[in-house]
Design a protein around this ligand. Structure first.
Ligand code: NAD
Length: 479
């Protein structure tokens, strides 16, 4: 297991203080890492800048760049089992999630963007100017700073890394301090694939390391996924220095169960949609709007199903729900349960930490509150844990207003057997992604990102190519 950082092709130990990465299933120390100082970050950015203009990377023909991305994808696929197990030990997500979703999704992104490399084209346009030829070029930006969160460390990194490299940029990655290990492992595989030194650099550490990267004058773009509060700070700093910035931030996704929905058919999707990765999903379904006449039926069925999920170490194949990533996240879930009870919501299941064999890990029982009102904090604030809220509604005409009555706008789910109702609501809801009659789906070809306080810009699809390139207009005189 690598615990040092990669700067300019050299594995080095950062100059800052040591910090530990814990196994959240046991609370035990998994690894000791070092915080990158401002000097380390500066060295990483300068290495990336040198690589950007080097013949080995900057001069590489597109087909060769695509070949390198495909080689990284193949290596990641070859090592999928051990990378997934590492992710599970460091982050906590069950193997079913890490091996069945996170790693394959990362491989898919690498292959998808390898396909784009040879298709990043500009346009020609018929200008109303005599005797000129006009075309555009899409050029890479330069050094991009990629700052990632702890909930899907490897997968979210690759959402940024694959298009950044496909477009010819170089990167400095700053993984979340709780979960750096899969990023370091991927960096090893990137080296093994033959990606030139300095193209991908990794600096480990916490907020100070991230700030040093955001402030660095040679960094041309920051792509950040994390909390809305930190996103605002990064956005402000990038605004001051006029860096490009993409922000993928928090969410509080509504799941709208229309009066005609098949509750039983929707249950599994809603349960998994709310509790995947123990609710540590930015697009987790956490506000369930149910017709008041069917509220009790839905809430009881949801709570009944949640209560049967098996908590455990993610390495155990029988586990449905792993631990939360840290003691802080457990405290946050417990705090919101207390708030919900004080606010008068009805706790149907869960609400505490399990005891016995799981007491040493950062586990929290799947929790369902019923009879929740729109003004309650548990229905408004991002909990980022396994705490679900069911809200009754009286008037279907109010549904879009209720769903939109939030600062967030990342995602929403709609359940209805009526295609008109479902699509009308899909138009009205202010969210970057709407899923109709399904749990969350993700695909490298489907644009991803938030409205309102859930972020700026889009990842995935052609949108990510636009986000990692700049358009240059080239005019040629024909006379
Ligand atoms: P966080 O904002 O605390 O940290 C995210 C990353 O930013 C970490 O690497 C952290 O070290 C770094 N960081 C913290 N302060 C910084 C600063 N001032 N300057 C630069 N870097 C800084 O978020 P988190 O707790 O790791 O992740 C959970 C959050 O991420 C949730 O709000 C969740 O909704 C959001 N998220 C969003 C998406 C999405 O696609 N929209 C996906 C996953 C997670």
């Amino acid at each position: 297991m690598r615990t040092d950082m990669l700067i300019g092709g050299e594995w080095t130990t950062g100059g800052g203080p040591a910090f530990t990465s814990l196994n959240p299933a046991t609370g035990e120390v998994l690894a000791e890492l070092r915080e990158a100082t401002e000097t380390d970050v500066d060295a990483a950015v300068r290495a990336a800048q040198r690589a950007f203009v080097s013949p080995e990377w900057g001069g590489l023909l597109p087909a060769a760049r695509a070949g390198l991305l495909l080689r990284v994808a193949d290596l990641l696929e070859e090592h999928a089992q051990d990378v997934a197990a590492l992710e599970t030990r460091d982050q906590g997500q069950p193997l079913g999630v890490s091996a069945g979703f996170s790693v394959p999704n990362a491989v898919e992104h690498l292959r998808y963007y390898a396909g784009w490399v040879t298709k990043i084209t500009g346009i020609t346009a018929p200008l109303s100017v005599p005797d000129v030829d006009y075309r555009t070029r899409r050029e890479p930006l330069g050094v991009c700073g990629l700052i990632t969160p702890w909930n899907f460390p490897l997968m979210i990194l690759v959402w940024k890394l694959a298009p950044a490299l496909a477009c010819g940029n170089t990167v400095v990655v700053k993984p979340a301090e709780q979960t750096s290990l899969s990023t370091l492992r991927l960096a090893e595989l990137i080296e093994e694939a033959g990606v030139p030194a300095g193209v991908v650099n990794v600096v480990t550490g916490g907020p100070e390391t991230g700030r040093a990267l955001v402030r660095h004058p040679l960094v041309k773009k920051i792509s950040f996924t994390g909390s809305t509060a930190v996103g605002r700070e990064i956005g402000a700093e990038c605004g001051r220095s006029l860096k490009k910035v993409s922000l993928e931030l928090g969410g509080k996704a509504p799941s709208i169960i229309a009066a005609d929905a098949d509750i039983d058919a929707s249950l599994q999707g809603n349960l998994l949609g709310g509790l995947l990765n123990s609710g540590q999903v930015c697009a987790a379904y956490t506000r369930f709007y149910v017709d008041a006449r069917r509220h009790d039926e839905f809430a009881e069925k949801l709570a009944g199903a949640a209560g049967t999920l098996r908590l455990g170490d993610g390495l155990d194949p029988e586990t449905h729900l792993g631990p939360l990533v840290s003691a802080e996240q457990v405290e946050q879930a417990a705090r919101y349960v207390a708030i919900g009870e004080e606010e008068g919501a009805e706790l149907l299941t869960g609400g505490s930490r399990p005891d016995g064999a799981l007491a040493a890990g950062f586990f929290f029982e799947p929790t369902v509150f019923a009879g929740v009102r729109q003004d309650m904090r548990i229905a408004r604030e991002e909990i980022f844990g396994p705490v679900l809220t069911v809200l009754p509604y009286e008037d279907p005409e109010e549904l879009a207003v209720l769903a939109n009555d939030t600062d967030y706008g990342l995602a929403a789910a709609i359940w209805s057997r009526d295609i008109g109702t479902a699509n009308r609501l899909a138009r009205q809801v202010k969210a970057g992604t709407v899923w109709i009659n399904m749990m969350q789906g993700l695909d490298a070809a489907a644009a991803w990102g938030g409205m309102k306080s859930s972020g700026l810009g889009r990842e995935m699809g052609w949108e990510a190519i636009e986000a990692y390139t700049e358009v240059k207009s080239v005019w040629t005189s024909l006379v």
